[in-house]
Unconditional design. Structure first.
Length: 636
């Protein structure tokens, strides 16, 4: 939905607020339904529930929170949506197998594979779940994120005669952007478009956008821009929509020797990542030992207070008061020193509302993957900055919107999209890509990027086999490969197409040679836009003995799961096959752009062309494969 260009910034934000309210109500209702009607088994498959789970050790973490380790015992192969900061509720089951929720809410501290650490509100709550042998855990409706977004929108709308009001009117209105006049800096290790983008970032007084299509080195450019900005500023704020994106950019900055303070535990839990989290830095501080001892003494005094006589209680309360004062003094000292040392503070956009950042302000804010962020979430972080740099690609994955009405009202239209459309002079497009064979790149470049992408010489003609075709469409038209709707919900499934895909994968691996695949670590990605097809493909893969020694080199996922990733070989199962030509979810072309640009050297598409080619995008894609690659018509 393209907004009327004469709409005022405040009115634009009010429309966002109204659409966000609809999304909030829709998601809350969906949560209520899943909690009361969907059933445990379905919620497990949907990735919002672990059942059964077992509890492990419990302890107080560096933030003085009581936490407990949780491990899921079944359905480990199912992706889940549990991540740092999300609220959860524990449950047991009644005689009919329905969940009975405990009367308290917990928060995920971090997750790794089939294990997570959850903060518990009290020792009594911990005792309740520890005593339960039939235990589960389910995501709770996330009020916190919505509260932060609503609060940010209200603050931005109300802003007057300050820098936030200026940024609002520049980013959403007709007020022109300002630039500094700087002599361009040479970066010989960057290509021309990357170098230009970094210089545009340095010259921006208000806003700059680095538009990075697939494989063009957006992260490299962003890291360079941050590194160079730190020559001019003492500290910057770096945010992204997801924890994973924050982790990725943080790790690259640490590799450059930048002191990063990560607010919120990372998703890729390893020693390197943990070493720059606030919690780990807090624990490593020289004063933490004293603080830990004081906190322990406070807990012991509080636990014994009821059993003491009046005089003893008065003595204990006086001691508690002194201990608490000293604990607060140490906490403030450690916190101040950690922030003073950090050159980059990194967190999610919603994480920018964290209490640790309440008093902090930054000259520059960098938002990575800005094209996947709700506008309201972006404003949470923008409130803390004087200027904003957005990076991403609004031709790839959009934000996830669940309410159709909210989407129709423009909730999926990101701040990056709006600025790119209204202030095109702020956009630097990266044009040289280092991932794909030229034939694989070509269609995406033509459809989404006005033919501006070029393949770097080292990838232009690369392939796995001599005389191989980098681009193949296996057309199942006329083969009666019928699609099914999964019994629970609207996810689609095409069993025969899945079986054919694995057969084609096996044949191609045999052509390369298993030994060479293992020796050279040639990796393969299998993508389908539909979860039901992904789960079916995974089950088939597990049952096929041929693939057993190759498991570590095979990934099966949805399009969203492959965002930011790449593989030597990609196979895509498009699933849809019907006489009416309905393609549903496949009409989200930005998702398909992600799918077809994951492949380095070989892209194999499986789909019913008679169904798909009724849409202009798939018709053009099919014609492009005919011209630049090979179409295999199974019915011929």
């Amino acid at each position: 939905m393209i907004r009327n260009p004469i709409i005022t910034p405040t009115a634009d934000l009010q429309l966002q607020y109204n659409a966000l309210e609809k999304e909030y109500a829709y998601e809350k209702e969906a949560y209520e339904v899943s909690s009361t009607q969907a059933g445990i088994e379905r919620n497990v498959r949907n990735g919002i529930c672990w059942y059964p789970v077992s509890t492990g050790r419990s302890y107080y973490n560096s933030l003085n929170q009581l936490v407990v380790e949780i491990e899921r015992r079944m359905a480990q192969e199912v992706e889940h949506a549990f991540e740092y900061g999300r609220p959860v509720r524990f449950f047991k089951t009644d005689s009919s197998g329905k969940p009975v929720f405990f009367n308290f809410t917990s928060v995920v501290s971090y997750v790794q594979d089939d294990r997570m650490v959850v903060s518990i509100p009290s020792p009594l709550a911990l005792a309740e779940i520890k005593a339960e042998t039939d235990l589960g855990i389910q995501l709770y409706f996330d009020e916190t994120s919505y509260r932060a977004m609503f609060s940010a929108l209200k603050e931005v709308m109300a802003a007057k005669k300050d820098r936030l009001a200026e940024l609002r009117d520049i980013l959403l209105g007709n007020q022109p952007v300002a630039k500094l006049k700087l002599f361009p800096i040479r970066f010989p290790w960057l290509n021309a478009s990357q170098e230009k983008a970094v210089n545009e970032v340095l010259a921006a007084k208000d806003v700059a956008i680095v538009h990075g299509p697939p494989g063009t080195g957006k992260t490299t450019t962003l890291v360079e821009a941050i590194y160079e900005t730190l020559h001019r500023e003492n500290q910057v704020l770096v945010c992204a929509q997801s924890n994973m994106a924050v982790d990725w950019i943080s790790e690259k900055l640490v590799d450059r020797g930048v002191n990063v303070l990560r607010i919120g535990n990372p998703t890729r839990v390893n020693d390197k990542m943990l070493s720059f989290t606030y919690e780990r830095r807090f624990e490593a501080h020289p004063d933490y030992t004293e603080l830990w001892g004081i906190r322990k003494a406070i807990r012991e005094i509080q636990a014994n207070l009821r059993n003491r006589n009046a005089n003893q209680r008065e003595t204990d309360r006086n001691r508690l008061s002194k201990l608490r004062y000293r604990a607060t003094e140490l906490e403030v000292k450690i916190d101040m020193e950690l922030f003073d040392e950090a050159r980059v503070v990194a967190c999610t956009l919603v994480g920018a509302s964290h209490r640790l950042l309440e008093t902090h302000h930054f000259t520059t804010l960098f938002i990575d993957e800005a094209a996947q962020a709700l506008e309201a979430a972006s404003w949470i972080a923008i409130r803390k900055a004087e200027r904003v740099i957005l990076t991403g690609d609004h031709q790839q994955l959009p934000p996830t919107i669940k309410c159709p009405e909210a989407m129709h009202e423009g909730l999926d239209r990101t701040l990056m999209q709006k600025i790119a459309a209204r202030k095109p002079e702020t956009v630097s497009l990266l044009t040289l890509q280092y991932r794909m064979n030229e034939a694989i790149m070509g269609f995406s470049s033509a459809w989404f990027y006005d033919n501006q992408l070029k393949a770097a010489p080292e990838v232009k003609h690369r392939g796995i086999l001599e005389w191989d075709t980098p681009l193949v469409w296996t057309d199942t038209t006329g083969c009666e490969f019928a699609e099914d709707t999964q019994t629970e919900g609207q996810s689609r499934l095409n069993r025969k197409e899945a079986e054919l895909l694995l057969l084609q994968l096996q044949i191609y691996i045999e052509r390369i040679g298993k030994e060479r695949v293992l020796e050279e670590n040639i990796d393969f990605g299998i993508i389908s836009p539909y979860k039901a097809q992904v789960y079916y493909l995974r089950r088939l893969l597990k049952k096929t003995s041929f693939f057993k020694p190759l498991r570590r080199l095979l990934t099966v996922h949805t399009v969203d799961g492959f965002q930011g990733q790449e593989r030597d070989v990609i196979l895509i199962s498009l699933v849809r096959a019907n006489e009416a030509g309905k393609i549903g979810f496949l009409s989200d072309l930005r998702r398909m752009n992600v799918a077809i640009t994951r492949a380095r050297m070989k892209l194999i598409i499986l789909g019913d062309a008679s169904t798909l080619s009724r849409h202009a995008f798939y018709r053009k894609l099919y014609q492009y494969v005919e011209e630049k690659g090979k179409v295999i018509r199974l019915a011929d």
